[in-house]
Design a protein around this ligand. Structure first.
Ligand code: JB2
Length: 208
């Protein structure tokens, strides 16, 4: 029998994760909690069963949870949910779409609650933190290091040996040249090419 899993947040990102879980066949999705959605409404056929306050009760029956809030540009919601799930005792698996490519040596080096979407390529020597999102068709070359809660948006390319600090967001289609080190809490805009290191908290949202 498959383990059951509860999903936290029922918006756009949740749909992408539901599809990956269904196709991977690894979990039975028990339901979604979301404070803004109507109880008993459905997201891709999965029922919204209530708000986060029911999670301690759900934990009596369901031991796995996954954060399906993407929260672009701000990790605070995901961090808050992560800490609540940990406190309750839920296990957060790594979920990877079956059509992502993940190097064999990396599988043991991906933090709990991380999502790897369809078409993403994760090459050897990479280390990924907890609750990171490697989104659709992102390409991460060898020996990169990706921190906790990082969002690598669709179509991003990281060349080899790039470092990305915790909680940094890299916008759709951005390119990071090899060996560049990006600090914590940085924001890189869509389509930007980053050729130089970025210090913690820096924004790079205009190509110049
Ligand atoms: O504390 C919370 C909470 N805060 C927001 N607990 C729970 N259980 N749910 C929460 N939410 C819910 O997350 C909101 O009520 C909303 O239904 C959902 C966020 O949906 P939205 O479609 O606005 O964004 P998203 O985070 O699913 O997706 C964003 O990030 C992805 C990575 C979008 O920008 C996507 O386009 C992007 N691919």
């Amino acid at each position: 029998m498959k383990n059951k899993i509860i999903l936290i947040g029922g918006g756009g990102h949740c749909k992408v994760v539901i599809d990956a879980i269904d196709l991977s066949g690894k979990f039975d999705i028990y339901g979604i909690v979301d404070p803004a959605l109507k109880k008993d409404s459905k997201v891709l056929g999965v029922t919204v069963i209530g708000k986060d306050d029911i999670l301690p009760d759900i934990f009596k029956k369901v031991k796995y949870a996954f954060i399906t809030v993407g929260s672009i540009g701000n990790c605070e919601i995901r961090k808050k949910i992560y800490s609540n799930l940990n406190k309750i005792g839920f296990k957060l698996p790594v979920i990877a779409h079956p059509k992502s490519v993940i190097a064999k040596d990396v599988i043991a080096n991906i933090g709990e609650g991380t999502f790897i979407a369809a078409g993403a390529i994760v090459n050897p020597g990479i280390v990924i933190g907890k609750n990171a999102i490697i989104n659709t068709k992102a390409s991460v070359d060898h020996d990169c290091t990706i921190g906790d809660f990082v969002h690598i948006a669709p179509g991003v390319t990281l060349s080899g040996v790039v470092k990305v600090g915790n909680e940094t967001h890299i916008g759709t289609g951005a390119n990071i040249i090899q060996c560049v080190a990006i600090g914590k809490n940085c924001i890189i805009g869509a389509g930007i090419t980053v050729r130089k290191d970025m210090k913690n908290g820096k924004k790079n949202i205009h190509n110049s």
